[in-house]
Design a protein around this ligand. Sequence first.
Ligand code: FAD
Length: 314
Amino acid sequence: MSAILVYVEHDGGCVTDLSLQCLSCGRQLADQAGAELHAILLGAEAAGVPLADVIHAAKGEGLEPYTTRPHAKKLEDLVSQLQPLAVLLPSSTIGNDLAPRVAGELGLCVTLHCDAVKPEAEALHCRRLEYDARAHTWFAPMANGCTVATLADGIAESASGDTTGRVESLDAGLDADLLRVLVERREVVQKTVNLKDAKVIIGGGAGVGTKENFSLLQKLAERLGGEIGATRASVDAGWVSAERQIGQTGVVVRPDLYIACGISGAVQHAVGIRDARMIVAINSDPAAPIFKMAHYRIVGDLTVVIPKLLDLLG
Ligand code: FAD
């Protein structure tokens, strides 16, 4: 039976959110193609890998923590054995390191940082943003065959649950010449903001005008039990920290409610909020593009509108 293969990235055994999105996307593609969903997990127990029919797992020297050549070799071997229709990897530092190497070694086509994929005529077509995010480009392989793709944050809902598929042990052995890099130490960067899990986000853009005006948004966020998010313009202006940036080069969020304050709705920001359940936009320009994607539109000056909203909320 044909297969879709997902490379599952993990952090100390905990499968990353983007890998869970790859598993969801892989499941959909496998069902559409009548194929099995296979997953490869290196350097960890095969736990927390939902939706996959088969999980190929290996633990051993050189596989944890991640280094390029051992992981590339194991993935190449499995791709050669399975001959899958597609190999999906998270568009992370690791995924984007592995994908071109494996594709190059096996002579397969590769597309990085895809924000949409679709099966067509027994091949996987991949879309990504290009030219400073001014154009969406679709890529199709020149000949039918396996495509390697890394998938961007927001590609699908994160799969949840535990491993239910059949676990197959991979040979963990590696030739000594593949063990060339030693990970000396890893220092965890502490994050203070978790926009991904926030149910309510108040997003501030250049229209907020000053750092002081952000305190209005902060009050609204506190009243609604939410977090502050921002566009790149506000981050570049130094009004909020970079970890609050939403969009193509920030985080992709899925809150129940997103209130966009003084945000024009540029595509690079829109890709980060398109899965919000409800978008309310406050903008003084009635023709602002954000209104095209908003469920509720408030045309007005945010320094007037937000205090009124706060009054209404009591
Ligand atoms: P503007 O586009 O300047 O919009 C400000 C809005 O505020 C306007 O619509 C205006 O009508 C309104 N306004 C003004 N005053 C008021 C007022 N008093 N009350 C109400 N409304 C008011 N951007 C991101 O956000 N995230 C990204 O990840 C990102 N990545 C990028 C990657 C690349 C490669 C590039 C080239 C750009 C990227 N950008 C990103 C930048 C993006 O293109 C836009 O420049 C940015 O999103 C615009 O931010 P903004 O909406 O805050 O500002």
